[in-house]
Ligand binder design. Structure first.
Ligand code: GDG
Length: 483
């Protein structure tokens, strides 16, 4: 049996250089967090970018970067500043990301970005081809590398290729607006199996393949004539035990370090006498519905004034894609909204919103999940949303209420949450009230069902199921060949 090669835009680690010294830290984000456990437990190698531009790495430090990556069975792909600008911030995050999340008005169609996207996909493909041997299994991840499966297959047809899309796949009517729609679909179809978080994304993809490339579709199989490609839905899980154990550990030993967030939470506990906390955590991204969430919270305080001074929103927004203008504008909008609501409602003893714009260590994330009575997660569109699952998993006593947007892939599995339409302010506001007033018994009943599901369908199972289907697809392919 051959080896497994994971390939994604970013490695699960980030490298920082300070005064000619290297520092390694884990990368934040859904894909890295989820796949890391699969990688750590297996014998895969992982190919991707470190997050540093080639120009930022002095020649003498290059071997050290490679060494640090190797320690975690990773191989670093080097990207220049120009490639990062055009491939990553450009085509990936100004074309595919907004289009696939239905933000048509933010979508740019720039041929120069497209050229860079092709070139950089080829660069990743070359990094794979240098290391791949016949019989290996390659697992390509996400929207930055949609062309990779076919690029690899063109050079080496004797490997098994799986592709997983971590973001939504839009409906045909939206996807067809992309000038390079044929190339993108052909790139993906180089894989043997193409995975999505939900059945809806899978259907959207298959319909686009049928309408744009005219291939016949039989259930979930695309008939290319000489090859069959399968599509499937594999809702990504979390490392349930890791989150639950961290939460149990947190209960045993709360404030190990006196960090800023712990000081705030302690203050809240003693000074505000444990009035409820509502939690909001995301990368700062327009798809996550953060601005509307703040507006809805302001509206809640206005509609139900009895909750003024009786509740607090703790909001963590993790900096993301700060070079893209839409993200800079959103940051400004959020700063203003937080200022406006705090300015309008704050009293001497009470700040309605505690806002943090930074990323936090894992332990602090657990502190926040554990301390919060309600999690308010209201994306406009979200492939899955792992934060919702992590919140449920860390509630060791099964209390706590999750308010979750129907537009998140995870809403399909978390039916016992209070599901809302993120554009319906009255519904959000009434759900906040319902959450704050929900009996403990009902909280526990809802949480238990969801936790059980998360425990069973964890990230390890997700990866195993995908790999099992991938293997099955290739067995069928080989059987067809020998007929
Ligand atoms: C994409 C899709 C899909 C967040 N802040 C901190 C931190 N995090 C961790 C969370 C969670 C992850 O980052 C975020 O995952 P999400 O799934 O919520 O969102 P995206 O980053 O947009 O992920 C998404 C996912 O891929 C997987 O397929 O679910 O729909 O958009 O794990 O815990 N971690 C630390 N500090 C932080 O400040 N340590």
């Amino acid at each position: 049996m051959g080896k497994t090669i994971i390939i994604s835009n970013r490695l699960p680690l980030q490298i920082h250089i300070s005064e000619n010294d290297l520092e390694v830290s884990p990368s934040v984000g859904g894909l890295a967090t989820g796949l890391k456990s699969f990688h750590q437990e297996g014998d895969s190698i992982w190919i991707g970018w470190t997050g540093l531009a080639a120009e930022e790495i002095p020649d003498e430090l290059e071997p050290q970067v490679a060494e640090k990556a190797k320690e975690q069975r990773c191989v670093a792909v080097s990207l220049t500043t120009e490639e990062i600008e055009k491939f990553y911030y450009g085509f990936s995050n100004r074309t595919i990301w907004p289009l696939f999340h239905y933000f048509m008005e933010y979508t740019e169609f720039d041929p120069e970005h497209w050229e860079a996207y092709k070139q950089v996909n080829q660069k990743y493909a070359d990094a794979v081809l240098e290391r791949v041997e016949d019989g290996d299994t390659i697992w390509v991840h996400d929207y930055q590398l949609l062309l990779l499966p076919q690029m690899i297959r063109d050079k080496n047809p004797n490997v098994t290729i799986g592709f997983f899309n971590h973001i939504p796949f839009p409906s045909y009517e939206v996807f067809r607006t992309l000038p390079w729609r044929e190339e993108i679909l052909t790139g993906m179809l180089g894989a043997d199996l193409i995975g999505f978080h939900t059945y809806d994304y899978e259907r959207h993809f298959l319909r686009s393949v049928n309408r744009i490339l005219y291939y016949d579709i039989n259930f979930n199989a695309v008939n290319l004539g000489d090859r069959i490609v399968k599509a499937g839905s594999f809702p990504m899980g979390i490392d349930y035990n890791k989150f639950r154990n961290a939460a149990l550990e947190h209960q045993r030993q709360p404030s190990s370090e006196n960090t800023e967030i712990q000081k705030k939470l302690d203050y809240h506990k003693y000074v505000s006498r444990g009035t409820p906390l509502i939690l909001s955590i995301d990368r700062l991204d327009y798809t996550k519905g953060i601005a509307n969430r703040i507006r809805a919270y302001g509206y809640f305080l206005e509609k139900y004034p009895e909750y003024q001074e009786k509740v607090r929103l703790v909001m963590l927004a993790v900096p993301s894609r700060t070079n893209v203008p839409q993200y800079q504008l959103l940051k400004k909008e959020i700063d203003e909204l937080v200022g406006r609501i705090n300015g309008r409602f704050a009293t001497v003893n009470w700040t309605p919103i505690w806002y943090f714009y930074r990323s936090m260590p894992f332990d602090n994330l657990i502190d926040l999940y554990s301390a919060s009575d309600v999690a308010l997660i209201t994306p406009i569109r979200d492939g899955m949303n792992l934060v919702a699952k992590e919140y449920i998993a860390t509630r060791t006593d099964h209390t706590g209420v999750l308010i979750l947007s129907e537009m998140a892939g995870s809403a399909h599995e978390l039916n016992e949450a209070l599901l809302i339409n993120p554009n319906n302010f009255d519904q959000i506001v009434d759900s906040i009230k319902q959450a704050l007033e929900m009996s403990k018994e009902e909280q526990v009943r809802r949480n238990k069902v969801m936790q059980k599901r998360l425990k069973r369908y964890n990230v390890e199972k997700w990866a195993r199921e995908f790999m099992k289907s991938l293997k099955q697809t290739t067995i069928t392919r080989n059987e067809i060949k020998t007929l």
